[in-house]
Design a protein around this ligand. Structure first.
Ligand SMILES: NC(=O)c1ccc[n+]([C@@H]2O[C@H](COP(=O)([O-])OP(=O)(O)OC[C@H]3O[C@@H](n4cnc5c(N)ncnc54)[C@H](OP(=O)(O)O)[C@@H]3O)[C@@H](O)[C@H]2O)c1
Length: 333
C-alpha cells in the first residue's frame, strides 16, 4: 500500500512510519522539513506547510495514495482542507485525535472510559479535536468517506520530553540524576496510561485497509494502567537511580504556583483510565509489548541528544517546597 503520513517525523508519527516500513508499505511523508530528527533514509518527503491550504491541497491532488494518516489536524479548518484534498481519492483515511475530547464531568476522573463517553473537551485542544473528528465523521455519514479516528492517551517516545505528573520542563530528569528528591501530587497513586509511540505505531499501521473500521472511533491506550509514582520510579530505573518522592496535595502545589502546577487541574491530576477493548477487538495486532523501562531509556536518550534536560540547579522552587513540607510536622511538635 502507498501510505502518506502527514507529519511523520514527530513522536507518534515516527513510530507509525517504523511500523509501516516493517509491513513493507511504501511510505511518503508530508511535513515542513523543520523537525530536528531526519526521516528514515529512502522515505520520500513532500515538503510544505499544511496550513498553506492551497499549496497543500494542490500538492496532495497531484499525488495518488492508497491511505493517508493525518497526525497534525487540530481544528475544523485542518479537517476541511484534508477533505478537499482527499475526499473520493483514498481508500482509507486515519485521523489522530485525542482522549482529551472526553468529558464532562470536568475534571474528568474515571475508569473504563470508552468511545461512547460524552464529548465536551478537557481543553481548547480537546474542543478543536472534537470539531475535527465531527467534520470527518459527517463526511463518512454523507458519502462513506473511509475515515477511522484514533484517540491516544499519553504516548511517549523520541520527539517529546518525558512528562512528569506535576508538569514543568525536563529538568526533573536532572534532579533524579543528581539524587535530588522529586515532587509528586497527592499520594502518587492516581492512575494513568502510558503508551510507547512504537507500540502505538503498530496500531495505526495495522488498521489500514480494514473496512469494518471506517466511520469508527478507537481509543489507543496501554491496557495496563499505572500509578504516577510507578511511572516516576520507572523513569528513575531507566536512569539507573532510585527515586526519592515527596508527596504534596495538588491544591497546595497549585496555590504555591498556578503557573507551574496549574496543569494538575487537568488530566494529569486525576485518574483517567480509558478502555482499549474496542481496538483490541477490531485490530488485534495492537498488543503493547515494549517494556516501559526500555521505551523510557530511548526517550531519555533523545532528550540528552537534543539538550532537552535543563540544569535543575537553575531553579530552587521544588527544593524550597520539599524543605517546607518536610519541616511542616515540626510545627506541631
Ligand atoms: N503524544 C501524546 O501523548 C498524544 C496524546 C494524544 C494525542 N496526540 C496527538 O498526536 C498527534 C501528534 O503526533 P506526533 O507525536 O507524531 O507529532 P509531533 O511530535 O507534534 O510532530 C509533528 C510532525 O508534524 C510535522 N508538522 C508540524 N506542523 C506542520 C505543518 N504545519 N505542516 C506540515 N507538517 C507539520 C512535523 O515536522 P516539521 O516540523 O518538519 O513540519 C512533524 O513531523 C497530534 O494530533 C496530537 O493531538 C498525542
Amino acid at each position: 500500500m502507498k501510505v502518506l503520513v502527514i507529519g511523520g517525523t514527530g513522536n507518534i508519527s515516527r513510530g507509525i512510519v517504523a511500523a509501516l516500513l516493517k509491513r513493507n508499505h511504501e511510505v511518503v511523508l508530508f511535513n515542513r522539513g523543520q523537525h530536528p530528527d531526519a526521516p528514515p533514509p529512502d522515505v520520500r518527503v513532500i515538503h510544505g506547510d499544511r496550513r498553506q491550504r492551497e499549496d497543500f491541497e494542490n500538492k496532495m491532488r497531484a499525488e495518488k495514495f492508497d491511505a493517508v494518516i493525518d497526525m497534525i489536524s487540530y481544528n475544523a479548518d485542518d479537517a476541511a482542507s484534508a477533505l478537499r484534498a482527499f475526499r473520493g481519492r483514498v481508500d482509507h483515511f486515519v485521523h489522530c485525535s485525542t482522549v482529551m475530547t472526553y468529558g464532562p464531568p470536568l475534571p474528568l476522573s474515571g475508569v473504563n472510559i470508552d468511545e461512547t463517553a460524552s464529548l465536551n473537551g478537557q481543553s481548547g485542544y480537546g474542543l478543536g479535536k472534537i470539531a475535527t473528528d465531527g467534520l470527518l465523521l459527517d463526511a463518512h455519514a454523507e458519502d462513506g468517506f473511509p475515515v477511522t479516528i484514533f484517540k491516544p492517551s499519553y504516548t511517549h517516545g523520541p520527539g517529546m520530553p518525558v512528562h512528569r505528573q506535576v508538569g514543568g520542563d525536563g529538568s526533573w530528569i536532572d534532579r533524579l540524576r543528581k539524587g535530588k528528591p522529586i515532587l509528586s501530587a497527592g499520594d502518587g497513586l492516581s492512575y494513568f496510561q502510558f503508551l510507547s509511540s512504537r507500540d502505538a505505531g503498530v496500531g495505526f499501521a495495522a488498521v489500514l485497509g480494514r473496512a469494518q473500521c471506517f466511520g469508527e472511533v478507537y481509543n489507543i491506550v496501554h491496557p495496563r494502567a499505572r500509578t504516577w509514582d510507578e511511572w516516576h520510579r520507572t523513569v528513575a530505573e531507566a536512569l539507573g537511580v532510585e527515586a526519592e518522592i515527596v508527596h504534596v496535595p495538588q491544591e497546595t502545589l497549585i496555590a504555591i504556583s498556578d503557573e507551574r502546577f496549574g496543569g494538575l487541574r487537568g488530566n494529569f491530576g486525576h485518574t483517567q483510565i480509558y478502555s482499549g477493548t474496542k481496538l483490541a477487538r477490531d485490530v488485534p495486532e495492537f498488543q503493547p509489548q515494549i517494556p516501559l523501562v526500555e521505551s523510557l531509556a530511548e526517550n531519555i536518550a533523545w532528550m540528552d541528544k537534543h539538550n532537552r534536560i535543563p540544569d535543575s540547579d537553575a531553579d530552587d522552587l521544588e527544593d524550597r517546597i520539599i524543605a517546607a513540607v518536610r519541616d511542616l510536622p515540626n510545627r506541631f511538635h
